[in-house]
Design a protein around this ligand. Structure first.
Ligand code: PNW
Length: 490
């Protein structure tokens, strides 16, 4: 029974997009087939397996094998009745050398088939141009720490737009800058596992927002007049509140932490331009005290600032959880590092339900709170929830995921009622896939995939039927219970 039963029934607007998502490295497999080049994730899994959290020698070499199972993917997307499907294009599959000197026809064919099948069934593709699988050849040149990457990324984006923008109208330039820069260059959790926080993550941040802006401006000047699509970027946003709301120190830690993980990417594009003021001052002070001749956080020239500012049609938000932020009893972080620069520690409560992913706990109302904060920070901006989901384990009766899904969609409805311009919601994920450093242990799928079976058979979970019912009725019925776990195309 619903805690909201007493309220009038609320429906999602007819044009609200319900979707589900995936990412190339997590589902495609075929890691070295048909001319695909090597990515930094191929390199991470093959050559640095000790860095994996799962420690099981797994990789995305085959993953959900979507490269060979296009019909299956279309079948389940249609069964669910999705309005839209989010997938990413693999840069090294399309451009094996990383550069446009060779364009891989097999890649164009695969993505063409996918896009055409979706459109044939009236399903809107939303395409992530970059979801973490950088060509290894470009990493060898410094990857996202090399300012030239802004040009390389634009060159890649041009090939993508040339081939697909006559049919794809919704574009996401880059998935989760914070996870790319902080977890990949500042940490060892993600490729390229550079572990140079306080330096490399900040270089990455500046180069990445400029790369995004180049692709945005390219699209807007050369493709939008022909095709009229829209381009955004995807940020991860964890809800955050000061542990002690009366403590000035906790409030400052909360502000600086949110700027370090979110603001350094969002402010240059959606805010007042450049890196956020408080955080820039903090890193400049720390850098000086540490003996650096200038701030470790790079500056934007006035021209760069203006180029990046306003380079969006909408904001994509990936949201899973949240934390309480405090300045008390902060651990001794490495110096220099992003965490040391924030001076913050993150707390979660034992009473919050734990998912299979160590970093995801169910913090009540975090999505609603996050949407309201973003709505007031960036008034007039259109938002899409581009990822939200619950990780469990194998098994088809996924009641925790059902509860989380209903709750999060309710929070979306409440945010829309309160004026947030939320245009769509994409659950993460369509099917079980390779969960990066966590391997195949953390399952996010509406569909279960059997990774032991070379055919990668798929089975709908209870959440798939519940989501289908929500999409069809455009409302959340808390009493709906499917009589069987059978999915068919309506
Ligand atoms: C996202 N964090 O990653 C990615 O976009 C997906 O590819 C991934 O499968 C999904 O979340 C589930 O893990 C994140 O630490 C990784 O806050 C880490 C964080 C957030 C998002």
């Amino acid at each position: 029974a619903s805690p909201w039963k007493e309220e009038p029934v609320k429906k999602f607007p007819e044009d609200f997009l319900f979707g589900a998502g995936s990412a190339a490295y997590q589902v495609e497999g075929a890691w070295d087939e048909d001319g695909k080049g090597e990515s930094i994730w191929d390199d991470f899994m093959h050559n640095k397996p000790w860095l994996m959290i799962a420690q099981d020698g797994s990789s995305g070499d085959v993953a959900s094998d979507s490269y060979h199972n296009l019909e299956r993917d279309i079948q389940i997307i249609r069964e669910l009745g999705l309005d839209s499907y989010r997938f990413s294009i693999s840069w090294p599959r399309l451009l094996p050398s990383g550069f446009p000197d060779q364009v891989n026809e097999a890649a164009i064919q695969y993505y063409n088939n996918l896009i055409n099948e979706l459109l044939k069934h009236n399903i809107e593709p939303i395409v992530t141009i970059y979801h973490w699988d950088l060509p290894k050849s470009l990493q060898d040149l410094g990857g996202w720490t090399n300012p030239n990457i802004a040009q390389w990324y634009e060159d890649y984006a041009r090939i993508v737009f040339d081939n697909f923008s006559n049919r794809v109208k919704l574009w996401l330039t880059i998935n989760e800058p914070n996870e790319i820069c902080y977890l990949g260059y500042g940490h060892v959790l993600e490729a390229p596992a550079l572990n140079a926080s306080g330096i490399a993550d900040y270089l990455c941040a500046k180069n990445l927002v400029i790369a995004h802006a180049r692709a945005y401006r390219l699209y807007t000047s050369q493709y939008k007049p022909l095709h009229g699509g829209r381009v955004g970027i995807v940020f991860s946003a964890n809800w955050h509140v000061p542990l002690n709301p009366d403590s000035e120190a906790d409030k400052l830690a909360d502000t600086l932490h949110f700027q370090a993980k979110f603001g350094i990417y969002a402010n240059p594009i959606f805010g007042y331009g450049g890196f956020p003021k408080e955080y820039s001052e903090r890193v400049a002070e720390k850098s000086a005290a540490q003996g650096f001749p200038r701030s470790r956080l790079p500056e934007f020239s006035e021209e760069e600032k203006q180029f990046v500012l306003g380079s969006y049609d909408f904001m994509g938000v990936n949201h899973y959880t949240g934390q309480l932020v405090t300045a008390e009893n902060v651990p001794e972080y490495a110096v220099p590092s992003l965490l040391d620069d924030t001076g913050a520690d993150l707390i979660t409560l034992d009473e919050w339900k734990q998912s299979t992913s160590p970093w995801i706990k169910w913090m009540p109302n975090s999505l609603y709170n996050q949407l309201l904060e973003l709505g007031s920070l960036y008034p007039g901006v259109d938002f899409y929830i581009t990822e939200n989901g619950w990780s469990g384990s194998t098994g088809l009766v996924d009641d925790d995921r059902v509860d989380y899904l209903r709750s999060c969609l309710q929070q979306c409805l409440d945010a829309v009622a309160d004026g947030v311009r939320l245009k769509g919601y994409y659950t993460w994920s369509l099917m079980d896939s390779f969960e990066w450093a966590f391997g195949y242990g953390a399952r996010f799928g509406l569909y279960e995939i059997d990774f032991e079976d070379p055919k990668r058979p798929h089975t709908p979970r209870k959440s798939a039927l519940v989501y289908k019912h929500i999409i069809k009725t455009r409302a959340i019925d808390y009493d709906y219970a499917p009589d069987s776990l059978v999915m068919t195309i309506d």
